[in-house]
Design a protein around this ligand. Sequence first.
Ligand SMILES: [Zn+2]
Length: 221
Amino acid sequence: MRLSSIIIYVGVAIASAATLFSCSDGTTFTAREKQLIGTDTSAAIMPLYTTDSPSETELLRKVAAPLTAKDITSDIYKVLRHRMLCTVNDPDNPGVGIAAPQVGISRQLIAVVRFDKEGAPFEFYPNAEITFYSPEKKYGWEGCLSVPGQRDTVLRSTSIVVSYNDELTLEPRTDTISGFTAVIFQHEIDHLKGILYIDYKESGSTSPISGGQERDSVVEN
Ligand SMILES: [Zn+2]
């Protein structure tokens, strides 16, 4: 092989690598994340990552990466947001909250039903974290879309303060939340730290959902 050919091949390899790793849209979404989310705004439910799969469990156990201002204002974020909402509203497997790692995207984004607001809307919180946990705690039933077929009681703070970035203005915001909605926030923000509710189980095992149980009494998220 002539030297000029080698130089050309090396040049092509560098160009290909640059295409693969470049962030021409200014976002920090990886090629894998972009592929998983896609660009089709009409696309709906994303496959749920569950503890049934070792490789999916590995992702669920990771600490999720933050989202930049460019990420939050990007088209791919809009598609992710839309598809997370479709996934958590799946009539066959509905939830009251979802975190991006549950659809294989290890990013700090959660959606929560605001039962404390008029009409109980689903709202999204990029870069959500809890800055205050009330010392007062209460036990409540929880389930998780990523831990199929189980539920358990978990001790959670009755009131919390959440900080996040406003989706439109990108400004940092805080919100004080209490009651059932505060439980959902705690469950979802745990997902961003690789924590699953089953980690709180003292005995190390969880109870299967029995057929006679009211699903509505369980926080499935
Ligand atoms: Zn969950």
